[in-house]
Structure formats: C-alpha cells, structure tokens
Design a protein around this ligand. Structure first.
Ligand SMILES: [Zn+2]
Length: 669
C-alpha cells in the first residue's frame, strides 16, 4: 500500500475506533500488532480498555489501577500518539457490570451494596450507584485514568438497570429513595415490582423511574467532576444499550447531561450482534442504534458498536462483520467503535481475514462515508418511538415489559425499508409509545395514515382517536378460533395473494390474535378462519376515512414470535398497503421474488438517494428485481458505474449471503 493512499484514508469521514485490551503480560506485542492493524486498515483511533472482561472481576483496588495505568496505559498512550493515533480510555468497570464475585475476602475489599433484582436476589454483575463507598472508589480510580489525558473517557455498559440477573435496583438504598420520592413508608420490593408491572398510575412506579435515574445521574456528575479536575480537555462518553428494553427505568437525557455538561455528548450505542446470530435477526439488531439515535437529543456524537472476538465469547464471521459495517454506514453511522480482539494473549494475526476484507472493501466504505452525511437518518417506514415510552408501557408480566416494536423490526426481512425519519410518508404505529406523544404529534402521524398493531390501536382508542381510525379491537381470540389466515389482497383481486392460506395450527400459542371490526367503508386484505373454515376476523383490516386517511390494523400482536410476519405473502400485502397508504411508492424496494433482502435507503448531501441491498438470506442471489425510481449508478470498489438493468428492471448481480449491492441515484426521474 502506498503512503499516499494511507493519507487519503485519514481524511475520510469514515472513522474506525479500535477498542482493545492490553494484557500486561503481552502489552508490547499487542501495541506493535495494533500499530500494524492501523497501518493496514487506515484506523486512526484506539480506545483502551482498563480491565479485562475475560480474566478479571468487576472491581480492582486503587493500587492495582494505579499500577496498570502507570506500567501499561500511559506508555501505550505515548506510543500510539507518537504514531499519530488518537487515544481514548474505555473504563470497563465503573459500577461493575460483568462479574462481582461473592467471595468473602473479595467482598471485604469491596464492601459495596450489591444491586438487588426485582425478585430480591443479589445481582452477580455489579454494585449500586447510590453506595457512598462505591462513589469514593469511582472518584479515586477515575482520577488515575484522567492522568492519561485521553481525548475521551467512555463509561462502559453498566449505566442501565438490566445487568446480569434482571431488572435492578431494589436494594435498601433504592427503596429508601423510592419511599422519599413517593412519600410513603415501609416500601417493599414486592410492592414496587407490582406497581411497575401492574399499575401504570402508581406513585411507586414513578418513584422507581426517578430513583433509578437519580442514582446513575449522581454517579455521572461524580465522574465528570473527577475527570475534569485533572484533565479539562478530556470528554466523557456513555455506552448505551438496546432500546427500549435496556433503557428501562432510565432517563438517558438526564444522565448524558450530567456526564457531558455543556459539551457535545458522546454515545456508543450497543448493537446486540455479538455472535453469528440468525440472519432473520440481523436487520433488527443492526437498526437498533438508529432508533435510539432518533429519540436521543440531536447534538450527540455516536460511535456505533461492532464486536467480533474470534477466540472469545463474541465470535462471528468476517462476512457478518463487514455487512454490519455497511449497515451502519448506510444508516449514517460513520464513526464505528469496533472490538475485534480477544482480551487475552491471542496475536492479532487471527484477524487476518477481517483485515483483508476491510482493505478490499475500503473504497466502498469511503464512498458511502463521503456521500452520506454523518447522522443522516435512513428513509423508510417510520415506526414511532419515544425515549420514555417504557414509563407508560401497559404490561401483564415482567417478560412482556420490553416489547413494543417487534412487528416493525420484522419489516426489513420482508424487503420493506424501515427508516427513522419522522417526516416519512409511510407510517407504522406499534405498542404504546404513543402514550408519550403529544396530541399534535399524533395528529400529524394519523394525517398520513398508518399501519397499526393491536396495542397501538388500543392506545389510540384510549386517547380518543378510535373513531378517526374507525377500526375496533373486540376481544382476544381463543386458540380454537385461530385456524389459518387466508390472504386476499386489495379487493380480493391480487393474483399472487388470492386465496393463499397461512397455516396457523403450529403457532397457536404465539402472537395473540384479536377480533377486529370496522365501520364502513372497510376491506379485509386477509381473513382468519377456524379449523371448520368459518370466518373469525379480518387478519389485516383496511379502512380509508372521510378525510382520506388510510389505515390498516394487523389482528395479532406478534410480541412473542415473528412467524406471522416472515413470509412472502405478508411481504407483498404490506408493501402494497404502505404504498397505498402513503399514496407514494418506495423509491427502492425489493419484491417478494427476492426474499430476505434488507434495503437501507439514505440521502447524499444533494438529497439524491443512496441505497444498499444486503442479502440477509442464505441463498446466493443472481438476479434481483428491485423497484427503483429514476436512474442509478452502482457503487463499486473501482468507483461508480452505470447500473445494468434488464428491460424488466431486474439487476444481474451475484450477491452471496451478507453481500451488499450499493446504489446511488443519478436522477430522480
Ligand atoms: Zn440500589
């Protein structure tokens, strides 16, 4: 590789932040390996872990922290900086998040209040942020890390309620705070847990959310004050988890404010794509940071996460890792915090295939990063989300606490683009996030029409919008009433959908089906029949009101299984619905002829479309038939070339599983 091309790399908006641990027993070798990795891949940032996730417990003594910082972190930071590489510090254990041993001697050294779960059990991962002893330990250790004068210090994953063993924290310190906030006495864990899961309006529920946020926000202030006293130039960053579930009980806006002060907040959104997960889960995992970005304050700088430790717990294929890089670039995440090496003594040689693939694909990474502005939301069906939606979630059991967007997450597998641009013409409303929307927001959404799931319709009905939609949820169906779903399509005329039946007998226990009715005019685009063939309810009930707003409701919640969504007939049914609802076609969409192709659409600086079609099936696709508006180029490693399309619009291409076809619109006509 020539020196010139490396310099070009440094100027691209695509920035990889290489996270790594330097074990003291092989730090020198790993630094050399990392410098070589940076030379080959164009990486110009390292983010150094402070402890090993694999080999060390949650807490270490201040003396141990001092020793490791002096003997490893500070010399390493010097060497990386001398090579022109920026250095950040990733504090692995602040509240403890991986493993807080119960060993007697260890507990004596770290006598912090353990986090307590809603079941009243000790959490094995970490300690309570309200513990004064822990706060003192955090001050001492962060003041040591601050001496490195890093560009930024990231707090890792433990600023959340879900650690190792479920929802926290219900320790005596938290219960006391909840008593104070709710102005009640002798509060028990059972009473708070019951309020969280069964009583939306309970003051205890509200107090739990407040107490949880206050505990974490106070710790964030301590971290900020400690670091800034030593290194005013060092920024603080927070690692966030999967939205919405891991945001349970937390107001991230307050915590970010506490940690960042008046500086631009720095966030590393988690992506639960650690191992070689099922291809059907790929899109749902990869789109998560977009949804979180949409509900967080707009000025945040995001370093989206990619993990792959070939010899660690989190190993996955090179192909899936490269596809994840593309998925993030297409969603406007140009800065990516990667964790590609195990935390013990494995040489970085193990990354050879991943390094080769990055070198090969780099021209296309850079092309995307040069086209799409950092932070640009993807375009597609907009699924409304609210940062605080979990505060209003109506749930029947703890396990149901986290759902709400499951049906929308299934759309990418149907070839339907899912986006986070709130101005989208295509709208899908799910769960009860709408309880947090203002009446003006709801009006603006409904004016465009929408696809709804049952909980969204129930929520809107409670809020007084039922008549406007004109569709009613009557009751949940019994098992014997749900036999199979018969597709008809618009007016029963769609030749592909006509009389197709989706058998349901196998999946009776999943999905929660409901009986739907509507005031006229309405149409059923599919119906549910029982085993005798009697009609029980519409499966997709479609209605246009007098104002011309077009709605449809799916008769199932799908919060346990996506079987009801993941089939070609649903793909066609919903694609036709969305284009009818919005009165405009998708600018790029794959048809059901190419199932399981995830289409991600974004815009360049001039507003022209940039699209990626990722093959998330296990077939090698030779012929794609996308529907596309206007005239397009294909983005290749050799630059942009005119896209070769046959007369029927099909594209001859060879897309192996997880390969991506990249497109750039030339004209919109
Ligand atoms: Zn606690």
């Amino acid at each position: 590789m020539s020196q010139q091309s490396e310099e070009e790399v440094a100027e691209t908006p695509y920035r990889q932040i290489f996270r790594l641990f330097l074990p003291a027993y092989c730090a020198d070798q790993r630094i050399q390996d990392t410098l070589e990795y940076c030379r080959r891949t164009g990486c110009r940032d390292v983010l150094l872990f402070t402890t090993s996730y694999d080999e060390e417990p949650s807490f270490k003594s201040v003396e141990e922290v001092r020793t490791y910082t002096e003997s490893v972190l500070k010399p390493a930071a010097r060497r990386f900086r001398e090579a022109g590489i920026a250095v950040g510090i990733n504090v692995m254990q602040t509240l403890g998040h991986c493993y807080f041993p119960d060993d007697k001697e260890y507990r004596k050294a770290f006598p912090f209040q353990r986090r307590i779960t809603a079941e009243g059990k000790n959490d094995r991962g970490g300690a309570c942020p309200m513990d004064v002893g822990l706060q003192e330990w955090v001050k001492k250790t962060y003041s040591v890390y601050a001496e490195i004068h890093a560009d930024y210090i990231f707090v890792d994953d433990e600023f959340r309620t879900m650690l190792r063993d479920g929802m926290t924290c219900f320790c005596p310190l938290h219960l006391k705070k909840i008593e104070e906030l709710a102005n009640v006495e002798a509060v028990t864990i059972e009473a708070v847990a019951k309020a969280i899961w069964h009583d939306l309006d309970s003051p205890l529920r509200k107090a739990y959310f407040e107490a949880t946020t206050q505990g974490l926000a106070k710790m964030a202030v301590i971290i900020r004050n400690t670091v800034k006293a030593v290194a005013p130039e060092t920024r603080l960053g927070l690692m966030t988890q999967v939205f919405p579930q891991a945001a349970t009980g937390i107001d991230y806006q307050q915590i970010l404010k506490a940690l960042s002060g008046d500086e631009r907040p720095l966030v590393r959104p988690q992506i639960s794509l650690y191992s070689e997960i099922g291809l059907h889960q790929f899109a749902a995992a990869s789109i998560n940071p977009s949804i979180f970005r949409e509900v967080l304050p707009k000025n945040i700088e995001h370093y989206a996460e990619i993990e792959n430790s070939p010899y660690g717990v989190w190993a996955k294929s090179t192909a899936m890792t490269i596809a994840q890089i593309y998925a993030l670039l297409l969603q406007g995440f140009m800065k990516q915090a990667v964790n590609f090496c195990s935390m013990f003594m494995r040489p970085l040689d193990e990354l050879k295939p991943l390094i080769e693939a990055q070198v090969r694909e780099r021209p296309r990474f850079e092309a995307l990063a040069n086209l799409i502005p950092d932070g640009n939301a993807p375009i597609g069906v907009y699924n409304y989300a609210h940062l605080h939606e979990l505060e209003v979630r109506q749930v029947k059991a703890p396990g149901e606490y986290h759902h709400g967007h499951a049906l929308a997450m299934a759309l990418p597998n149907l070839g339907i683009p899912l986006g986070t641009d709130p101005n989208s013409p295509w709208i899908m409303l799910t769960g009860d996030a709408l309880r947090k929307a203002t009446p003006a927001e709801i009006d603006s959404l409904l004016r465009r029409g929408a696809l709804l799931d049952v909980p969204a319709l129930q929520t809107l009905t409670e809020l007084g919008f039922g008549e406007r939609i004109g569709i009613k949820v009557e009751r949940e169906l019994e098992c014997d009433e749900v036999g199979f779903e018969e597709f008809t399509g618009p007016n029963g005329l769609d030749p592909l959908l006509h009389r197709f039946t989706l058998q349901s007998f196998l999946h009776l226990n999943y999905g929660h089906w409901y009986e739907l009715t509507a005031t006229n005019p309405c149409q059923a685009w599919s119906v549910v029949r029982n085993f005798r063939g009697d009609l029980v309810t519409p499966g997709l009930l479609v209605r246009e009101n007098a104002a011309g707003e077009r709605f449809a409701v799916l008769a199932f919640t799908g919060d346990v299984s996506n079987h009801w969504m993941a089939n070609r007939y649903r793909a066609r049914q919903l694609r036709l619905f969305f284009e009818w609802q919005a009165r405009t076609p998708f600018p790029v969409v794959v048809t059901e002829d190419s199932p399981y192709c995830w289409t991600i659409i974004n815009r360049d600086k001039e507003g022209r479309l940039v699209a990626g079609i990722i093959n998330t099936s296990s077939d090698t696709i030779l012929n794609l038939t996308p529907q596309m508006a206007g005239c397009w180029n294909q983005i290749t490693c050799a630059g942009e070339l005119p896209l070769q399309q046959a007369a029927d619009g099909s594209v001859q291409t060879k897309l192996a599983p997880l390969d991506v076809l990249l497109l750039h619109q030339k004209t919109t006509e």
